[in-house]
Design a protein around this ligand. Sequence first.
Ligand SMILES: [Zn+2]
Length: 447
Amino acid sequence: MKVELVIKHARVVDATGEFDGGVAIQGGRIVMTGTSDALPEARRVIDAGGRVLMPGLIDPHCHLGVKYPYPEDMQTETKAAASGGITTVLLYARNTKESYLPFYDERRALGEANAVIDFGFHFGIQREEHIHEIPKIVAHTGVKSFKLYFGYEPDNPIGIVPATDGWVYAAMRQVKPISGGVVSVHCENTAIAAWIKKEIQATGRQDLGAYTESRPAFCEVETIRRMLFLAERTGCPLHLVHTSVGMGPVLAAEARARGIDVTVETCPHYLTRTAYDPDLDMKAKISPPLRDATEQAGLWEGVANGGVWSLGSDHVPFLPKKGEDLWAELPGVVSFPWELALLLHFGVHQRGLPLPRLVELTSAHAAQRFGLWPKKGSLRAGADADLVLVDLDETREVEHTGKGTCIYTGWKLKGWPVMTISRGEVVYEDGEVTGAAGRARCVTVPA
Ligand SMILES: [Zn+2]
């Protein structure tokens, strides 16, 4: 039998370990893994030359179609993602209308018509009706992941409607009986952050550190504790998104030991940047803020010891930042093309992060948390052939030509994705995105 594609002579890595050999692909799926001479003949054979072959990244945290049109973002940003070794993105999507059902139908269709790689959704709770609608949303869309936002004042420039504790409690009660359901929370104490912001704003400071100090780490720690309490009370699985404080993984590990189903996400920028890096200014405003070296060290500890469950980029393409007023600047940066390179450079090379652990953090765990496992995030026979080929030794500078704000321009990173394969199709190769817009599939679909 001749299969469509074989990749051989690779260092094949998944969450459980690694071996020398390759994979055989037919019909968009992995049909076999094994030593290179055991693999069948194929119409196309790629010799990996000893490079690392691992599951394509699942980036479970991005925001597309916020300030640019959604169909446009689904093209440009999923292309950027493919160039970074990402094969699935999950969008934290928000809808201010009463129902998510028409919103899902529209967003799914436009996504499938425009995206290059697979995508799916989490839905933001933005009004009470959304909480009541949860069972219907699950049945109609397959989306089982819901997000609540703290830390945003009612008049915030992004238009996010902040949650109340009542919303969280009610949403958790709704999600708890749903198999595979999970509630994500943006943890920052809204009222305390608003109060301190007024004080610091009054000093006239415009440096990035002023923004960080206006919403200190304890604001996030406080809300994490409160959410853990509510998760314990309701029995609802809890996912702590974009955790920026070292106490996050520590508190979550304690809670897990007590039987609470909680997982922690952090982002590449919290692991590689602080608010006090001399080259950064207000354009590096992110929500939650970049913090200091102590918080960063705590997060790396969580990456090393398992306290951090998964990584998400929080990629959000905004219009070019103005750089005029710290307090009016929109928070958020883009990371898709360099997310993996940053982790290879600062994690694998600098800190000895084992590659199977990297796979856990960048795909396997997100797949497990959000109902995609083992179709995504694994290399088992039958799984989607979503793969990234990595050159651990390639050293190259970060260049940003796309939308949004990049906070790494000019950084020389060691370790880059060189080829991305989505459901058996090469979508990025030799520095070019070759996958066509509109080949994507939505991964959050009704059962
Ligand atoms: Zn986000």
